[in-house]
Design a protein around this ligand. Structure first.
Ligand code: ASP
Ligand code: MG
Length: 439
């Protein structure tokens, strides 16, 4: 069995929903699970409605709710037969009335989560009804009955596995099962969610729960690219990546809009391949992420802007112990994560991508040594099989960057990554020269 996730642009209009439905209708009738997120921009709109309600502006919320409702009513008229459209109109109006009802009283996180869940609930209803009209036996497995997080907001995988199996058994045999991504219940049984983009995570959890053969994430893009397409026009989709390589790349945003980084770990632990598929090219193989990797191959180059480098230099560090811990504690106390780190005998350099507490951090670090800060930096990373016995690649990478000032180099954190810190103004040149020399 497979888990296939669709949402956003793949269901952005009646035409797109029809194409996606036709695609899933052709799947073997073996009870594959279709995970749906919301129609493009719906979640943004629901977020905005909630924002108006927090700001005690019910009129703003009402206006947006009416516009969104109108969009859905036109959609079902375009999608369904007349009879079905009338039925769906009643259902959609009922759901939007529920949103309106939430605008009347005090507004808290609880109401917000109920509102944002509507995106997924609406689409699963619309999509499954459309499949039924097509003559496909598609049944909805409500995510709110089996998807759960515990008190630490971690997915309760034991509960998910057993409840999903129970739900499927209760519902009975179907050609396809449809469920909602993103939404879940929390430890208090309230409606909750996995955070924006979280339906990929739902798909991985479901894949793990049913021990699927494959998890497919469908979008209108060609999988993960081997470089930044906006800068390097020769950039190409990557055919195959290991889970570790994909995890390295996910921080840098390659595949950002295609695959949410949280999807990788549950799939890796359950050893279920994740395939990123393009709805416009269903015949193509997409990008396959699995335990397998191509030996001696550099797969991708990625970059992340908005990085700040902090260097702490101290004679006291020499032959001392506990220095690194004290420095890390400062970052921890400001809930600021450190991304890249390099050390020498008398200094430590780190990078952060969140400057919210930069002044306080620098102030505290001054207790330990001389501190310098460089903003507007970019991390460029090269990902692939970089095991230490794969000799020569460091020389190749360093040589490619010979004309570019490099502030930090980090290698050895994993067997799949070598990272460089450069000034953001040099990013374009760096990505181009690396592309030329590595691919
Ligand atoms: N619909 C949700 C969002 O837009 C979840 C998802 O798309 O994965 O964030
Ligand atoms: Mg997404």
């Amino acid at each position: 069995m497979k888990v296939l996730k669709f949402g956003s642009s793949t269901v952005a209009s009646a035409k797109r929903i029809k194409e996606t439905a036709e695609l899933v209708a052709k799947l073997p009738k073996e009870g594959n699970i279709i995970v749906l997120s919301a129609i493009k921009e719906t979640s943004d709109c629901l977020d905005e409605i909630a924002d108006y309600l927090y700001k005690k502006n019910p009129d703003g919320a009402k206006e947006l709710t009416n516009t969104l409702e109108h969009k859905y009513l036109s959609l079902v008229r375009e999608l369904y037969s007349e009879k079905k459209a009338a039925e769906a109109t009643t259902e959609i109006k009922k759901r939007f009335d529920e949103i309106r009802a939430l605008s009347k009283d005090i507004f808290t996180l609880f109401e917000e989560k109920k509102i944002i869940a509507q995106g997924e609930l609406l689409l699963s209803y619309i999509f499954s009804e459309y499949l039924t009209e097509m003559g496909i036996k598609a049944k909805v497995v409500p995510a709110l009955e089996f998807m759960k997080i515990d008190k630490n907001e971690e997915a309760d995988t034991t509960f998910i596995k057993s409840e999903l199996a129970k739900q499927i058994e209760k519902i009975g045999k179907a050609d396809l099962y449809i469920t909602q991504g993103f939404i879940c219940r929390n430890a208090y049984n309230e409606i909750d969610n996995f955070g924006r983009g979280g339906s990929d995570y739902s798909s991985a959890l479901i894949g793990a729960a049913i021990e699927a053969d494959e998890i497919q994430i469908w979008s209108d893009m060609d999988g993960i690219y081997n470089n930044d397409c906006a800068i390097v026009k020769e950039a190409k989709p990557v055919a195959k990546l290991s889970f570790d390589e994909a995890a390295e790349l996910s921080y840098f945003g390659n595949g950002d809009k295609i695959l949410h980084p949280t999807c990788i770990l549950p799939a890796k632990l359950a050893n279920i391949p994740v395939r990123l598929m393009n709805i416009h090219q269903p015949q193509s193989e997409g990008t396959l992420i699995s335990t397998d990797y191509t030996p001696n191959k550099i797969e991708a180059i990625a970059a992340k802007d908005g990085i700040t480098a902090i260097k702490i230099k101290s004679g006291k560090m020499l032959l001392a112990h506990g220095f690194l811990r004290r420095v890390s504690e400062i970052f921890e106390s400001y809930k600021t994560s450190v991304d890249m780190i390099t050390t020498s005998e008398v200094g430590i350099s780190v990078t952060i991508d969140n400057n919210k507490h930069l002044d306080e951090i620098v102030n505290d670090l001054k207790m330990f040594g001389t501190v310098t800060v460089h903003k507007e930096m970019t991390i460029v990373c090269v990902v692939g099989d970089l095991h230490d016995d794969n000799i020569g690649f460091q020389a190749k990478v360093v040589n490619a960057l010979k004309e570019i000032p490099v502030s930090m180099i980090s290698y050895g954190g994993s067997f799949h990554n070598i990272s460089f810190l450069i000034h953001s103004k040099d990013k374009e040149a760096a990505l181009k020269v690396l592309n030329e020399s590595l691919f």
